[in-house]
Design a protein around this ligand. Structure first.
Ligand code: FAD
Length: 404
């Protein structure tokens, strides 16, 4: 069985190794268009490679994918986060779990992962061909003919692992095969707020906030970081992922409502204020910050509410109180544009999942053609979930490459 794997990234290498593990006699060639393989793995997770997430309940794991979660859930029984940990352990690569659940190699260096893949691929006789873009693919009877540079080559099976494509044009060669493509849009980005003075608080972090898109049901939860261009941090990235398509349609012009106190409600907040008013009536409002937000943010919100810097708690009532409550629980900001998150960004959209057999990763229309990785309409939130999707889909494609 001659197999071509198109794309020398995470999914390309993992599917090749899976093919060799399940069918040692097969002949596997990886075609990579650039001069280097695994380039994204190298820069992933800030150079440390967030390999997976310590989430070992597959139902829960699947909920971290704004697109493709249900599809993945059907695959996880074949290869899940625990399988990833074991796969690397078997190769003496231990993963370290951080408090937020992200798992990195103990070396804290993505090169460890690259070395393991390349070493095993060479050892198992996988041909790695760089500077080899596949420009065309054609099915002739039971075989595939690929145009690589100017050469025509034939294979029995093909795995496409060419990664996320920012523009639909990049996927036209797959549309030409009759496959349905979901328009690609970016996911995992931070929000630009060019006209908001909150950016003067850059570097301030609040650990538990909730952020909503005004007029929508979407919610992001977790830490929020104020940057010099706007807002970032897990709460914002989560919103950008779940809202990727909708925010694209809004041309990245929208309003957000920040609850700086997580999910605290007005009634609870009023009670907190009543207690402070009694206890600290003679003290300045600015000097008593009863909340888990930084003093800078507290003073900023006081000023934003029109409260004088030397106002005392005894004077705290009426309109000013209502304004501060509103700014703590429903603080409104104008977002205008987005900025790529350098640690991890992905493409939503790609090959539509209804085209793919969820047990084997084979195309339903074109027998012998398989897909894995970000080329599919699957993407996760930040935290190792995108690589996990690549490992899972690639492993399954490799395991079923002979069509069973
Ligand atoms: C900066 C950054 C950091 C990230 N960090 C993390 C992280 O820490 N954890 C995580 O889970 N996810 C992370 N991600 C996401 C993750 O890297 C991707 O989801 C993952 O790499 C997808 O793997 P893939 O093999 O499908 O695609 P890719 O890794 O993009 O590989 C596709 C390969 O195919 C090649 N190719 C494309 N077209 C052709 C063609 N026609 N012929 C031949 N070759 C072709 C490309 O050159 C590329 O090498 C990060 C992404 C970025 C951009």
């Amino acid at each position: 069985m001659k197999v071509a794997v198109i794309g020398g990234g995470a999914a390309g290498f993992f599917s090749s190794l899976s093919i060799k593990a399940h069918f040692p006699d097969s002949e596997v060639s990886i075609f990579e268009k650039s001069s280097k393989v695994l380039a994204k793995v190298k820069i992933s997770g800030g150079g440390r490679c967030n390999v997976t997430h310590a989430c070992f309940d597959n139902n829960l794991l699947s909920r971290h994918y704004p697109r493709g979660g249900r599809f993945l859930q059907k695959l996880f029984y074949q290869f899940d986060a625990k399988s990833t940990v074991d796969w690397f352990k078997h190769r003496d690569i231990l993963l370290k779990t951080y408090p937020d659940g992200c798992m990195f190699p103990q070396s804290n260096n993505s090169q460890t992962i690259i070395d393991a893949f390349v070493h095993e691929a060479i050892q198992k006789n996988v041909h790695i061909l760089t500077n080899s873009p596949v420009r065309e693919i054609e099915k002739i009877n039971e075989r595939f003919r690929l145009k690589v540079n100017d050469e025509l080559l034939e294979f029995d099976r093909v795995v496409i692992t060419t990664g996320g494509q920012p523009k639909k044009g990049g996927l036209s060669w797959l549309e030409d095969l009759g496959l349905d493509i979901v328009d690609p849009v970016p996911s995992l980005f931070t929000f630009n707020m060019p006209n908001e003075s909150v950016t003067s608080l850059m570097g301030n972090v609040v650990n538990d906030v909730t952020v909503r898109i005004e007029g929508e049901k979407l919610l992001g939860k977790g830490p929020l970081l104020i940057t010099h261009w706007g807002m970032s941090g897990p709460a914002i990235l989560e919103l950008s992922a779940w809202g990727a398509r909708m925010l694209h349609e809004k041309n990245y012009q929208f309003h957000i409502l920040v609850n700086w106190l997580n999910e605290m409600k007005e009634i609870e907040l009023t009670e907190v204020f009543e207690v402070i008013k009694i206890k600290h009536s003679n003290k300045k409002i600015a000097n008593i910050n009863p909340f888990p937000i930084t003093n800078k943010i507290w003073c900023y919100l006081i000023e934003k509410s029109g409260i004088q810097p030397d106002a005392k708690w005894s004077e705290f009532s009426g309109k000013l109180k209502n304004k501060l409550i509103n700014n703590l629980l429903n603080d409104r900001y104008t977002v205008s544009g987005k900025t790529t998150f350098k640690e991890e960004f992905v493409t939503a959209g790609g090959v539509a999942l209804h085209e793919i057999n969820p047990q084997t990763m084979e195309s339903k229309k074109i027998k012998g053609l398989f897909f894995a990785g970000e080329i599919l309409d699957i993407d996760g939130v930040t935290g190792g979930f995108n690589f996990q999707a690549a490992w899972t889909t690639a492993f399954v494609a490799g395991k079923h490459i002979n069509g069973h």
